[in-house]
Design a protein around this ligand. Structure first.
Ligand SMILES: Nc1nc2c(ncn2[C@@H]2O[C@H](COP(=O)(O)OP(=O)(O)OP(=O)(O)O)[C@@H](O)[C@H]2O)c(=O)[nH]1
Ligand SMILES: [Mg+2]
Ligand SMILES: [Zn+2]
Length: 295
């Protein structure tokens, strides 16, 4: 049903100086009431409070207002599972992006599942090593390929009775995976650019579909960049879940695990109890928070 928003919502969200606004008034996953108009369209007059939602900083081009301020872009709401989709190659596997998506998911308290797709074209040594890294931390990790059919039965079991969000870079195979699971849905899929090995942003709007009783999937447009929204430097470590057992042992309770003496996280990295690759991601994110005027 095509719906528009009642004017009152737009007023609430109108931009004012010195105030942060969300860009999504009604987003995929929201529960709403609408009034049926004579022309068959609907007018949304009520949006239920969100149980949860996931967001990122809006890309600069559309979200900046002045002096680098970044608005929050809500991706979807009322979600149970966040499937983070990556690929072994074409586009190249990118652990830094996974770690950013994990931070967004953890800060929204979602159940996170990591999918490494296209194992038919990847190097097994590399993708097995990466999947083990995330599995050891505690994340369910699934290796998939639409060519070999690997991994799909596992996804199928996890989605039952849940609202499932599929998120990741363009071209990793989000829409292809959903088409494989539910052949009738016919989502658009696109080629990978031979020049850049990147996706061409085939999916342009998020779409939620009911695929079984009480079971929903959400296909989303591929993202170019992901900066989680609203995360403070001192909180970032909490979203790297394997840091948890060390964080309380740092000498200073304001420790950002960057340079501080007596940091138990740094010590754990030195003793190989925390992966150096994950710690690198952490430091990179910490830096990017610092650079922003608004976190
Ligand atoms: N070799 C191989 N190619 C795959 C696999 N899954 C998807 N692809 C291909 O990857 C390309 C991109 O797939 P899409 O499903 O459009 O990717 P997407 O993540 O939805 O991309 P956006 O909508 O742009 O975000 C297509 O050419 C697919 O055929 C796989 O398991 N193996
Ligand atoms: Mg797509
Ligand atoms: Zn520390």
């Amino acid at each position: 049903m095509r719906c528009s928003l009642r004017g009152k919502f737009k007023k609430e969200f109108k931009f004012k100086k010195d105030k942060l606004f969300k860009t999504g008034i009604a987003v995929v996953g929201d529960l709403i009431n609408f009034e049926l108009e004579k022309d068959g369209t609907g007018t949304i007059d009520f949006i239920e409070e969100r149980k949860n939602y996931i967001s990122r900083k809006a890309p600069l081009a559309q979200g900046s207002s002045y002096r680098g301020e970044r608005l929050e872009q809500v991706i979807a709401s009322n979600i149970d599972n966040l499937f983070i989709i990556t690929s072994t190659a074409r586009p190249e596997f990118n652990n830094k992006t996974i770690d950013r998506l994990i931070v967004a998911g953890e800060s929204s308290k979602l159940n996170i599942i990591i999918i490494i797709n296209k194992i038919d074209i990847g190097n097994p040594e590399t993708y097995v090593e990466w999947s083990n890294l995330y599995r050891v931390i505690g994340y369910k990790t699934i290796l998939t390929s639409k060519i070999t059919g690997d991994g799909f039965s596992e996804i199928n079991e996890l989605i039952i009775g849940k609202r499932n969000l599929f998120w990741g870079q363009s071209g990793v195979g989000k829409s292809s995976i959903l088409n494989y699971l539910f052949p009738g849905i016919n989502l658009n899929t696109g080629e990978i650019s031979n020049a850049t090995n990147k996706g061409k942003h085939t999916t342009v709007t998020s779409l939620m579909l009911k695929v079984k009783a009480e079971t929903y999937i959400i296909d989303t447009p591929g993202i170019r960049e992901i900066d989680p929204f609203g995360i403070r430097q001192k909180d970032l470590g909490h979203y790297f879940i394997e840091f948890a057992e060390f964080i309380n042992k740092c000498r200073f309770n304001t420790c950002t695990h960057d340079h501080e003496p007596g940091c138990a996280v740094i010590e754990a990295v030195e003793q190989n109890k925390i992966s150096e690759k994950r710690y690198d991601s952490y430091l990179r994110m910490l830096e990017s928070i610092e650079e922003d005027i608004f976190f």
